[in-house]
Write a protein that binds this ligand. Sequence first.
Ligand SMILES: Nc1ncnc2c1ncn2[C@@H]1O[C@H](COP(=O)(O)OP(=O)(O)OP(=O)(O)O)[C@@H](O)[C@H]1O
Length: 606
Amino acid sequence: MTGTPTERPRTGRELVARLAREELRPAWRVLAVAITCMVVVALTTGATAWLLDPAIKSIFLDRDPDMLILIPAAVIVVSMVKAVASYGQAMLMSSLGQRIVSNLQIRMFEAIMRADLAWLNANHSGRVVSSFVNDAIHVRDAASRIIAGLVKEALTVVVLAGVMFYQDWQLACIALFVLVPAVGMVKRLSRRTRKASQRTFEETGTLSTLVSEALTGMRIVRAYGQEAHETEKATASIERRLAHLVKAIRARTASTPFTEALTGIGIAAAIAYAGWKGQSGAMELNEFVSFIAAMMMAYQPVRALAGLQTQLQEGLAAAERLYAIIDLAPTIKDAPDASPLEAVQGQIRFDGVSFSYGGEGPPALAEVTLDIPAGTTAALVGPSGAGKSTVLNLVPRFYDATAGAVRIDGTDVRAATLASLRGAIALVAQEPFLFDDTIRANIAYGRPGASEAEIVQAARDAAAHDFIEGLPQGYDTRVGEAGLKLSGGQRQRIAIARAMLKNAPILLLDEATSALDTESERQVQAALRRLMRGRTTLVIAHRLSTVIDADRIFVLDGGRVAEQGTHAELLALDGLYARLYQTQLSDDTDTAGTPAPEEPRAAARG
Ligand SMILES: Nc1ncnc2c1ncn2[C@@H]1O[C@H](COP(=O)(O)OP(=O)(O)OP(=O)(O)O)[C@@H](O)[C@H]1O
């Protein structure tokens, strides 16, 4: 993913240090108890192996009747302690792991909320979601396994090795020496695992993107009969992901037969050497059994330790991706000396504004100067790609001008706090976005905390109250994903009600181009007129009536203001606007007088 990180750690060591500092340190109490439990597990495992020595010696060889009670009792006590400690460790580490996931996800979400629109546009939502869901889990798994590994497994190995050395140091040396080749092998395998898991992640991102597009674009997929094509694309991605997964699994599990074989060799060597010592009377049976038990018990944690390196690599790769999101440094933010806009009148000025997306290609806007007095309506018209949406984007600082300044009541928008700037603006987009929530919640989004009476009034003003009342659950009706359970006109009126409730002095309006039937169109128009009353409105106009009624019309062409004036002045100029208008008029006559919302744009495209 692309981004502008502030202090993203580069090396594995830096990442580990950061994970320890930011994710583990806050939970050090829980961690300390969990580690104590692990130490107890390691010690009790060692004790079990050691107990076999007195068990055999005093019960079988010395035939001591007291020991027949004492040793089983000791085994039970040790096992009970181990059971409680294992439970404590597993439970604490699991809940600590989940807490780490939640904390990381909260910070990622906050970062996404702050992120520049440019970053969000550059990174497909499917990939961001995949990172959001999967990476935190990878980090959790790696962190909990590594902590458990480093503390419990490593300590268990040390304690068991202690038992082995206590019983016979030469024999212990033989048993442990066998493990040396495993270290080199594990290192080689971990490199392979890291590569495969990085590729798996990339493919998971591609797959998430495919699934999310197939779902959001399902109507187009069906309409064009592309179900098989989409399935093919998804299958190919799933197969590629599977191949990478299998590679990672192969590398990860390749250490198993290796350590298994080494275990066999180690045991065989120990039996041969111990047997030789036993036959010559230098080693007792009880020592031998205790030694072999310790050795066999030690191999399981050794195997777990062998897998740690690969888990560490996977976890670090995930942590790097996730911190890249957490560290996103938005460029659109409050300036250090920003002050809130107060008592906004709503005058909007563009002073020689130039802008280009991503700094490449021809500028989307070039030295645009607009002056929109407070309380008036300005319409933006012009061919497709002329820069109309870009003008709208610069007012609430979705992007910042590359040159020149956008001012509200004379204040550069970059000198105002974002909260006060956006608080003074209501936005009604061409495709109104509704959340999968109730109608009430969707309207109240305009002003959280608004009373029921205010919500209903906003709905009445937006000509939405009647249809809402007609729904079986009224204001409690859920609108479905992106509001798809409502008609286009209904969605627009909810969006207008939301803007009504916000009651901001500035209204940015991108008129809908989707064809509504005459009645719906009339209702939306009436609602819009009420919404625009008394506010400064900057509207991308697709409706003839909006264009004609506007106080001022700016005709954009190729990112520049080609013409400006009132409808009458621009007609008299007989330039681009007059041509756009004539084309629209003749198209309107063709469509039997029904206002054709898309016309100015469509005419311009032609
Ligand atoms: N997110 C973006 N990234 C890169 N370039 C963009 C982006 N959005 C718009 N552009 C480019 O900026 C220019 C102006 O686009 P803009 O959307 O402002 O035009 P418009 O007049 O609103 O067009 P339309 O009427 O078709 O919506 C176009 O050349 C477009 O390709």
